[in-house]
Design a protein around this ligand. Structure first.
Ligand code: ZN
Length: 471
């Protein structure tokens, strides 16, 4: 079956046909974090969704170039820099580093490029110059440069490709300076914002005087620089559809760098909102969580990633602490099943479990139907446990099961930490206990067992010897 995605551009589920027919150069751009604070769990749903798309494309054999920008200059950052009186780079650097730590905690594959907006001011200026030269941008009386929606539409282009817009209410020439605005405030938007006192020391020289870029132009400039004027996939949260993504299309296609008949982006994928404990996340409701808040409550990256991957990306998902508890139990079921398979198989096999693999890819080909894919995995766990219990599984099918799991987990990325993660000190204690038992010094063996327990590890005696497990 062919891979299909829901494309916001066509409002339909479409087969994925890459621009490069060899499939070796799939361009994937995900709007990255605005580094003014720690990313919250709603943001993380989008980034994990981006990681899933990338991993699944790789699973299907595509060569993917994954770009995720770092917005290190925008209205929100300027405001915080001003409030905290911190130099820009020092301020954003802290949150950028935290973002990359969190990305790792959630086992997301690092994007191939993570361009910073502040390092692409030249590309931004060149793009604005193209828009000015094409008559689609103009300098306002305050010295800022704006994108003219009237001129753009007048040139035969469509503004409102991702969302339906009501132009009746729009007053020609009305402008919006802020990076974020609602559909009702439809107006010409800022490409370059002339320097104002609140910007403090944050400004760059440009042909139009000192100032800074608008948020939307940053993504157009960086994506086209790294992926070319036309690329395959652009992802983001649904809150970015308007104005951010709509403006990206207008700027990028307005500059007319694409080959005739080509669009800026072929497939636009948008992730739905996350509710937390049944409600929209807000600090006043006490349901606003950063990843760190959840780690602080004793959950780990695996459990959080697992939960974020339970619902299909286009569905609103209710993220709860109870859900995280269930995630822990589900992962334990998988881990226990895999441990038993490893004991029986000895090593991972060359053969794979073809029905499981095919059910998994049929589910994900269908616009990333993760619920169905998990359903297939848990059916397999149940069936495997049954076969293990009645001794009807041989070493070869255990090895095949393990090989299949490795393949599926390259997509979901929730695999169990392997034995090598047992600290050396703990392994040494385990060996000392074995030695004591061998020497029939059971008092010493028990003392070591208690010591391990105090350190959070319990010993399990199996037919293949003893091993430790975290309590
Ligand atoms: Zn963006």
């Amino acid at each position: 079956m062919a891979l299909k995605f829901f494309n916001t551009l066509s409002r339909a589920v479409q087969e994925f046909v890459p621009l490069d027919p060899t499939g070796n150069n799939v361009g994937l751009y995900c709007c990255g974090p605005t580094v003014y604070d720690f990313a919250h769990i709603g943001n993380w749903r989008t980034f994990v969704f981006g990681d899933l798309v990338r991993r699944y494309l790789e699973f299907k054999g595509y060569g993917v170039r994954h770009v995720m920008n770092i917005t290190d200059i925008d209205d929100k950052i300027i405001k915080r820099v001003h409030e905290t009186n911190t130099p820009l780079r020092e301020f954003t650097g802290k949150f950028e580093a935290a973002f990359f730590d969190d990305l790792k905690t959630l086992n997301c594959r690092p994007p191939h490029h993570t361009p910073r907006a502040t390092e692409h001011i030249l590309e931004i200026i060149l793009l604005i110059e193209k828009l000015l030269a094409r008559g689609l941008a103009y300098k306002a009386s305050d010295g800022s440069i704006y994108f003219s929606i009237e001129k753009y539409r007048g040139s035969g282009s469509q503004y409102g490709q991702l969302v339906n817009l009501n132009f009746e209410e729009m007053r020609v020439g009305e402008r919006v300076r802020s990076d974020e605005y609602a559909k009702e405030a439809l107006a010409d938007f800022a490409l370059w914002k002339t320097r104002v006192p609140e910007d403090g020391g944050v400004f760059w020289p440009s042909p139009w005087g000192e100032g800074r870029p608008g948020w939307h132009i940053e993504c157009s400039a960086m994506s086209m620089k790294l992926l070319g004027p036309s690329f395959d996939l652009h992802l983001g949260g649904e809150d970015l559809m308007f104005p951010h993504h709509e403006d990206e299309i207008a700027q990028s296609e307005g500059a007319a760098l694409q080959a005739p008949g080509q669009k800026f982006v072929k497939y636009w994928l948008h992730g739905a909102h996350l509710l937390v404990e049944g409600k929209k996340m807000s600090k006043s409701l006490g349901n606003f969580f950063t990843l760190r808040d959840l780690l602080g409550k004793g959950f780990n990256g695996r459990e959080i990633r697992f939960l974020l991957l339970q619902a299909r990306y286009r569905e609103t998902f209710n993220f709860t602490l109870e859900g995280l508890q269930s995630a822990r139990v589900s992962l334990m079921r998988i881990d226990e099943c895999l441990t038993k398979l490893r004991e029986l198989a000895g090593s991972i096999g060359a053969q794979q479990d073809a029905p499981l693999l095919s059910e998994f890819s049929t589910a994900l080909d269908d616009d990333l139907n993760v619920s169905r894919a998990w359903g297939a995995i848990f059916d397999w766990v149940r069936d495997t446990n049954r076969r293990l219990a009645d001794n009807s599984m041989d070493a070869a099918s255990a090895a095949a099961g393990l090989a299949t799991w490795e393949k599926l987990d390259a997509v979901f990325g929730v695999g169990a930490p392997s034995e090598v993660e047992v600290p050396i000190e703990i392994n040494a204690l385990l060996e000392a206990r074995q030695a004591a038992r061998k020497a029939k010094d059971f008092k010493k063996a028990d003392a070591i067992r208690d010591e391990l327990k105090a350190k959070g590890w319990i010993i399990e005696d199996t037919p293949k010897g003893a091993r430790v497990k975290k309590t």
